[in-house]
Design a protein around this ligand. Structure first.
Ligand SMILES: Cc1ncc(COP(=O)(O)O)c(C=O)c1O
Ligand SMILES: [Zn+2]
Length: 469
């Protein structure tokens, strides 16, 4: 049911509220809409009948980054356009909670209960890699297992930061979560779902199955569907969409899911809290670019907070060549990806990638509030990293920092090396380097890992659903 009376969709656009206000139809006693812009301003909404939760009690509302419509209930899409919805938290200053893990960023996570886990990003000032690159303020945000540094993400990637809030929202409902993943996301969601007692249907391309392990015995909550050999991540997305349309299934939503984005945004929050200021630069390897959008949104909140500085960090987002559709569109100065130009023969290109997990044929690049907008707003930059440069960066990082990392994280390290060479960063500037995954070798010293066996096989995205559910 809508929280706003007289509005069947549960939404009220800011311009509507402003018109009402100008016409004198709402007054002080009425509780009037104030303003909103596409970033993060507060709306005070008309007081509804008793029995309905007061909007002012809400932890957050969703604001469309395209038309500024405000929604008080969770949803994935705006009624009027395709732009991303963004959380606008009522709490403007971040108060860290005294809990371990990502739960300390509770104020800016779209969940009501504090997330209880030791899993979270850890940020520390680099000495070895920093010295090698001649940087005085290089901070590494490590997302993986490295207990000596306080890193306890046991599925070893920042995808777990998306899984906790997303699954947290579904707990207690009878719904099953449906998602597609090339590996790291699948593992993260399987692990958290198994722990929290939420059922998940995960569609995984065959190439991702090797990454399907978790650090505990898989239980009945995990239902993995393995796709045929010729299918890639995008085929998995299409099959997952079909499954999600069945009753009692809930699409996880990908980049449209604010719980995912705000979960990933904790990496930037952790960097800023550690540095006691916003970084000047943020480096990340991207496939969908959702982490980049999340970092931008987290920075907007920190600017609004007022204690971390006013300048948004520049986003430095890296793709692994030869599959780099966002890089190609960005370098051509285009707002849209043109498939024939930016990713000709995608399956062949993806096959040639070192960090093949960074392959997404439908990234949220041109969508309102997406990667293109994030790059424009932050004076951002994109990088194309060869397999060879990524391998060299992996060796460099592991040797200097003393922990194993995943290939995508090495792509980010290679982008940083390139940025230093091209003088895109100054030696004294504050840099946040998102090591999006690592510590698997370290984890294997402490834990037994269990492979998740597929519950069903799907030769392609159009198989009859009754054969696989
Ligand atoms: C380890 C790792 N790094 C980076 C990425 C890219 O993340 P995104 O493009 O969704 O921000 C992924 C995606 O799966 C990943 O698993
Ligand atoms: Zn809209």
């Amino acid at each position: 049911m809508s929280l706003l009376r007289g509005c069947s969709t549960g939404c009220i656009s800011v311009s509507m509220l402003q018109k009402l206000n100008t016409a004198g139809l709402t007054g002080q006693d009425g509780g009037t809409a104030v303003t909103a812009d596409t970033s993060l301003t507060t709306s005070v909404l008309p007081v509804p009948d008793s029995g309905i939760k007061q909007p002012s009690d809400l932890k957050y509302e969703l604001v469309c980054t395209g038309c500024s419509s405000v929604y008080l209930e969770d949803r994935l899409k705006c009624d009027s356009d395709t732009a991303l919805l963004r959380t606008n938290y009522s709490k403007k200053q971040l108060e860290l909670k005294s809990v371990p893990g990502m739960g300390r960023f509770h104020d800016w996570l779209p969940v009501n209960d504090i997330i209880k886990t030791d899993s979270g990003p850890v940020t520390f000032k680099s000495t070895e890699l920093a010295a090698e690159l001649g940087l005085n303020n290089l901070y590494i945000s490590f997302n993986g297992y490295w207990p000596e540094k306080g890193g306890f993400i046991k599925t070893c990637s920042f995808k777990e930061l998306e899984a906790f809030p997303t699954i947290g929202k579904l707990m207690g409902s009878q719904k099953s979560l449906v998602l597609a993943s090339a590996g790291n996301t699948a593992r993260a969601f399987a692990h958290v779902a198994a722990m929290k007692g939420v059922r998940v249907y995960i569609v995984v391309p065959a190439s991702g199955m090797a990454r399907m392990w978790i650090p505990e015995e898989p239980n009945r909550n995990i239902h993995v569907i393995q796709m045929g050999k010729n299918c890639d991540y995008t085929d998995s997305i299409h099959l997952a969409d079909r499954i999600a349309s069945l009753p009692d299934m809930q699409a996880e939503g990908g980049a449209r899911n604010v719980a995912r984005r705000d979960g990933m945004g904790t990496v930037l929050l952790d960097s800023a809290v550690t540095m006691k200021r916003l970084p000047d630069h943020y480096f990340q390897a991207v496939g969908s670019g959702t982490g980049g959008i999340a970092a931008w949104e987290a920075s907007l909140r920190l600017v609004d907070d007022g204690r971390f500085g006013m300048k948004l960090p520049r986003l430095h987002l890296a793709q692994n060549l030869p599959f780099a559709p966002m890089l190609n569109a960005w370098e051509a100065g285009r707002h849209d990806i043109i498939n024939e130009i930016d990713m000709p023969d995608p399956k062949k290109l993806i096959h040639e990638m070192y960090a093949d997990i960074l392959s997404n044929r439908e990234p949220p690049y041109s969508v309102g509030g997406g990667v293109y907008d994030a790059l424009c707003a932050t004076n951002g930059e994109m990088y194309g990293i060869t397999n060879n440069d990524a391998r060299k960066a992996l060796e460099l990082f592991e040797r200097l920092e003393g922990i194993d990392i995943f290939p995508p994280a090495a792509v980010a390290v290679a982008a940083l090396v390139k940025a230093v060479e091209n003088q895109e960063v100054d030696k004294d500037e504050h840099i946040s380097l998102n090591i999006t995954g690592g510590g698997l070798k370290r984890l294997e010293e402490d834990f037994t890992l269990y492979n998740i066996e597929p519950a069903a096989f799907a030769e392609n995205a159009m198989v009859p659903l009754e054969n696989i559910i």
